[in-house]
Design a protein around this ligand. Structure first.
Ligand code: TYD
Length: 134
């Protein structure tokens, strides 16, 4: 599985750095932005895949691990830089864990919230991959 890290342009300044996500940075039109914060120690988020939606995940503050599974292969990516985005295309199971204290995960999504776009059961996800291959 290819891990797609997108470098978010950074404008460095002695007064503090600034990063911008514009349409040329990600391969889809941005429809929604949300963020995870106040994640208690030991908590896990994610635990689903999307049928169509794509997402860019950015650790705006702190760090966390993203476990990605494409049905064949599993990889763990640690996000801890506010100028690096992890692109998760459709059909990838993801779990977010090991959040540091104060971590903030920004999600830049290709669609509005549609519950029908989620697969929330891992066995159903694996079966959907098997069906794709036939
Ligand atoms: P979920 O996507 O499962 O969160 P995560 O993957 O980060 O663990 O969403 C958790 C709950 O929040 C779920 O009941 C749906 C709701 N929700 C919305 O209402 N709108 C949204 O845009 C999102 C992302 C979630």
């Amino acid at each position: 599985m290819e891990i797609k890290i997108i470098n978010i342009p950074k404008i460095e300044d002695p007064r503090g750095n600034l990063s911008v996500i514009e349409s040329d940075v990600i391969p889809y039109e941005i429809k929604r932005v949300y963020y995870l914060y106040d994640v208690p120690s030991g908590a896990e988020r994610g635990g689903h895949s999307h049928k169509e939606q794509q997402e860019l995940l950015v650790a705006l503050s702190g760090s966390f691990d993203v476990v990605l599974n494409d049905g064949d292969d599993e990889k763990v990516v640690t996000l801890n830089k506010p100028f690096e985005g992890l692109l998760i295309t459709s059909g990838i199971w993801r779990e977010l864990k090991n959040f540091s204290s104060g971590a903030v995960c920004l999600v830049v999504a290709s669609d509005i919230y549609i519950e029908e776009d989620y697969i929330r059961d891992f066995d159903t996800f694996i079966k959907s991959k098997f069906n794709d291959k036939r």
